[in-house]
Design a protein around this ligand. Structure first.
Ligand code: LLP
Length: 422
């Protein structure tokens, strides 16, 4: 569900024609819908009517300050993985006691800053990390509330690059070592055990792996309580998939199906549940808008050459991801669709967004939109080929704001002082 639709023959973001935004900010640019972000947060939050929950939006999926503040205003917390994300969450107004800190490589200085800010919990991923956190906390005269991320060895059946819950993945502590590590944690003066954490991957479109992993996490919580630990919280991570195709051949579970499954598994346990959804909140709330530069007729295929490239949206190149591509001007109902390879200007064959994509007759100068690009789009962009990072625009009703502007080439070059011997 999203708020991008055709009105009067033009794709609109909420009440604004996208072509008008393009005229104002130039292309390419990311465009986000406030109503969609807010709706997805609400729908997710309301999927757990029986339970105390903290929805800690995973800000790695879209860390624009205005996006984070939109969610903070709805009551969301934040799941962070770096000092930069901590700064963003705080700057956007997320209260420190709604911030959880994930990630396999936290540094001592990141730990110190997060302790200083007073975050809600650290999701610890290894024994050496636990020991370091204890040392940092003791020397700062603080106690770090922790969960251990346990690796449930469950296959999330998603793309290999975004699977995290198998024993061969780098994430979490092995299941059969967890109880001993919790015992050790209890002896550490800078550590306070508060719960158990699990996260098995992203873009998961089937409830079964979630159910298997969460079942194991619940079992671990019971065992740990039996061992005498005060387990108050269960952090179930993120990962709920979204529909990427309007034609919808894979329909992900709805948040309410997901919520009912979770509430059933955790019934009567008196656990606070923490979730770290990213894509589910912002994925379908954003699109990347690009202009067609050329239509090139090759020897055996036709290329649509856009002004957006793999540096702006890397998901197709990195994960073979599909994004629906739609013309901004609504095609006639009887328009004939022709196959195009949709590519960008970067000098690599990998700079291909789609092959044999059927699109109506599109001409140079026309605008197209990559749908479902709100998550892992702008955040994964780079300046490859010395292309400036594209602007981000947030729409609310008929208002728009440029919430990240395009840097000038001069600014980009000025970040690189010349070596003084040159
Ligand atoms: N929690 C943890 C510990 C995570 O590692 C992640 C995502 C999330 C929560 C949020 O997962 P979500 O609800 O968004 O699925 N760049 C890839 C996705 C990488 C996901 C990394 N971790 C992509 O474009 O598909």
């Amino acid at each position: 569900m999203h708020h991008f639709s055709y009105k009067d023959g033009q794709l609109h973001a909420e009440d604004l024609p996208i072509s008008a935004i393009a005229d104002e900010v130039g292309t390419p640019f990311y465009c986000y819908s406030t109503a969609t972000i807010e709706r997805h947060y609400r729908v997710f939050k309301e999927s757990f009517p029986q339970t105390k929950t903290l929805v800690a939006y995973s800000i790695k999926s879209n860390s624009n300050l205005s996006v984070i503040r939109t969610l903070a205003n709805c009551g969301a917390g934040a799941d962070i993985v770096s000092q930069g994300e901590l700064e963003r969450a705080l700057a956007a107004g997320v209260p420190a006691d709604k911030i959880v800190f994930s990630g396999v490589g936290k540094t001592a200085s990141e730990m110190a800053s997060a302790l200083d800010a007073g975050i809600y919990q650290f999701n610890v991923e290894s024994e050496p990390e636990l020991q370091l956190l204890n040392e940092v906390a003791v020397s700062a005269n603080r106690t770090a509330p922790i969960t251990l991320r346990v690796n449930p060895d469950v296959d999330a059946k998603t793309h290999a690059k975004i699977t995290t819950g198998k024993s061969e993945n780098k994430f979490g502590v092995p299941w059969n070592q967890a109880r001993r590590i919790y015992r050790d944690a209890d002896e550490m003066p800078g550590i306070r055990v508060v719960g158990v954490d699990v996260h098995i991957g992203s873009q998961i479109t089937d409830l079964t792996p979630f159910k298997d992993a969460f079942g194991r996490a619940v079992e671990m919580a019971r065992l740990l309580r039996g061992d005498g630990h005060a387990i108050e919280r269960l952090d179930l991570g993120g990962g709920l998939g979204i529909p990427y195709r309007q034609s919808n051949e894979t329909v992900p579970p709805t948040p309410s199906e997901y919520g009912a499954m979770v509430e059933d598994l955790t019934k009567g346990l008196d656990l606070e549940l923490i979730f770290e959804p990213g894509r589910m909140i912002v994925g379908n709330a954003g699109c990347l808008i690009s202009r067609v530069l050329y239509v090139k007729n090759g020897s055996d295929r036709n290329f649509l050459i856009l002004d957006a490239a793999m540096n702006d949206l890397i998901r197709p190149a990195l994960y073979d991801a599909h994004h629906d591509i739609v013309p901004i001007k609504e095609p006639a109902a009887n328009a004939t669709n022709l196959p195009f390879d949709v590519v960008g200007p970067v000098c690599e064959t990998g700079d291909t967004f789609a092959k044999d994509r059927y699109l109506p007759d599109i001409k140079p100068g026309d605008l197209v939109g990559f749908m479902s690009a709100g998550a892992y789009g702008a955040v994964q962009s780079s300046e490859y080929n010395s292309r400036p990072l594209v602007p981000e625009v947030l729409v609310k009703g008929s208002n728009m704001a440029v919430v990240r502007r395009r840097p000038t080439l001069k600014e980009m070059l000025s970040r690189e002082p010349m070596a003084d011997w040159l």
